[in-house]
Design a binder for this molecule. Structure first.
Ligand code: SAH
Ligand code: SF4
Length: 469
């Protein structure tokens, strides 16, 4: 059954009403600081939170000590991310002691879990309110009530309750790179993953809304637009009978302007040849594909509930390379999933050599409460996990170095993002194929697309010189 999950306009108008009331209530000159952990979806959510805060009269500040409102947007994908958020939250206690009027709020995936919400409620008394991922749009209402009553509140409400808010204000962190969520939630329940529990079921935005947003961004001069979803390949399944992600990409490519489209994440079980054909046919789509493998062992993939085999995955890779020989491929790998044998792990290593990824994001398996894998027997020992992780990196590092050196002599199109962190005299940016590129150039180039001739490649980056028109 098709289900439209877009919230009625009146629901959003009500929140605008709260935004007006908070603005009237607050004295002038207040500042808000939004701290983000985790993935691009969280970055995008934080831009909405900052947008709402601005609409309520707060100036957005990077300096936490100056803030009158702190919002901590948390991640739950691995334990490490949770512990980091908790530790930083702990450090804000002394800010509250100095400034009693300070409001501290937490949102995002970590606090969308019951046990973490209780944890915050009981052990972090200086946190004023908490709201789950699907309650993001009610932030103004919760803040208003907090300012009025100074009572603490805890809104969980994740899972199936998720609805799609359209028309919220947004404060984008960049003037030339933009996130556009095309769908929310996930239906896949990979056995290691907490995301479906904290972000609810898959729900797609209307294609018209997405086209409208991207058209406006292109008109404003945005050069890179990244479409976001936990599994973009199932875009539209809940909403349309005959319109899918490949159709959406085709429509977005018709929008005028000089910009590149990226997207993430694709699930290999749903990535289609049609999607690959659309990519190959459109210059506006960056020739870079992130296709999480997780494991190279069919046995582990099956226990992970991933619904594809090594062979199906390789078929996709072969088709992509046939259509786009120079496409950059990246992936996610989990090391030390319960029951992973030495042989399973070697299957993962052999996939790295077979596919020769341009980049991998590797993670040591982390037990997540409520997931099936958390209660599986044969959890792998930390030292074994650590040693496998190092071996994986060594294999990929050799591939990265070789690939980066092969760029020497080539000319790459680069979106200039700013000055290099390590060398302030150099500009830095990302190539269409997602390589980090350093070169000398004028500050005025920041935010534009330029051509750079690559002179040298090392393990981490490419170094080159601007090609003058
Ligand atoms: N929806 C995306 C990404 C979800 S989380 C996808 O399906 O690819 C991002 C990555 O974190 C995953 O691809 C996986 O590699 C990793 N991850 C998820 N749960 C994990 C866990 N419990 N332990 C370690 N890594 C995990
Ligand atoms: Fe997690 Fe799997 Fe959904 Fe990705 S597809 S968010 S890994 S459950």
């Amino acid at each position: 059954m098709k289900l439209d999950r877009t919230l009625p306009k009146e629901t959003i108008d009500r929140q605008y009403d709260y935004m007006r009331r908070v603005k009237e209530w607050n004295p002038d000159g207040l500042k808000a600081h939004v701290l983000t952990f985790g993935c691009q979806q969280n970055e995008a959510d934080s831009e909405r939170i900052a947008g709402m805060a601005k609409e309520m009269g707060y100036e957005i500040t990077d300096t936490v000590a100056d803030a009158d409102l702190i919002v901590i947007n948390t991640c739950a994908v691995r334990e490490h991310a949770e512990l980091k958020a908790l530790s930083i939250t702990g450090q804000f206690k002394h800010l509250k002691e100095k400034k009693r009027s300070l409001v501290i709020a937490m949102c995002g995936c970590m606090v969308s879990q019951e046990h973490r919400r209780d944890n915050i409620k009981n052990s972090y008394p200086y946190v004023d309110f908490v709201f789950g991922t699907t309650r993001l749009y009610t932030f103004p209402e919760i803040l208003f009530n907090c300012l009025l009553t100074r009572k603490r509140s805890f809104y969980l409400d994740a899972g199936d309750e998720g609805n799609i808010p359209e028309g919220l204000p947004v404060h984008r962190a960049s003037k030339f790179k933009a996130w556009v969520s095309i769908m929310y939630g996930c239906n896949n329940f990979c056995t290691y993953c907490v995301v479906p529990f904290v972000r609810g079921r898959e729900r797609s935005r209307h294609k018209e809304e997405i086209v409208k947003e991207v058209t406006a961004l292109a008109a404003e001069g945005y050069r890179e637009i990244t479409l976001l979803g936990q599994n973009v390949n199932s875009y539209g399944k809940d909403l349309y009978d005959d319109y899918d992600f490949a159709d959406l990409l085709s429509d977005l490519c018709k929008i005028e302007g000089e910009f590149l489209i990226r997207f993430m994440t694709s699930h290999p079980k749903d990535a289609s040849f049609k999607l690959i054909d659309v990519m190959a046919a459109n210059d506006k789509i960056a020739k870079a594909f992130h296709l999480p493998l997780q494991s190279g062992s069919d046995r582990v993939l099956s226990v992970m509930n991933r619904h594809y085999t090594r062979e199906r995955y390789l078929t996709l890779v072969r088709y992509m390379r046939e259509k786009m020989p120079d496409i950059a491929l990246s992936t996610d790998i989990i090391v030390g999933f319960p029951g992973e044998t030495e042989e399973d792990f070697e299957d993962t290593l052999s996939m790295l050599s077979e596919v020769r990824y341009d980049n991998i994001y590797s993670f040591i398996y982390s037990k997540r409460k409520g997931t099936k894998a958390a209660v599986m027997e044969e959890q792998i020992d930390d030292t074994v996990k650590g040693a496998r992780f190092e071996r994986l990196l060594a294999v990929q590092n050799a591939i990265n170095l070789d690939k980066n050196q092969k760029y020497e002599g080539k000319v790459e199109t680069v979106l200039v993002e700013g000055y290099s962190k390590t060398d302030k005299s150099r500009l830095t940016g990302r190539s269409e194929r997602n390589r980090l590129v350093h070169f000398e150039g004028d500050e005025a180039l920041i935010g534009s697309l330029v051509k750079v001739k690559i002179l040298r490649g090392d393990l981490h980056a490419l170094y080159g010189e601007l090609v003058k028109n």
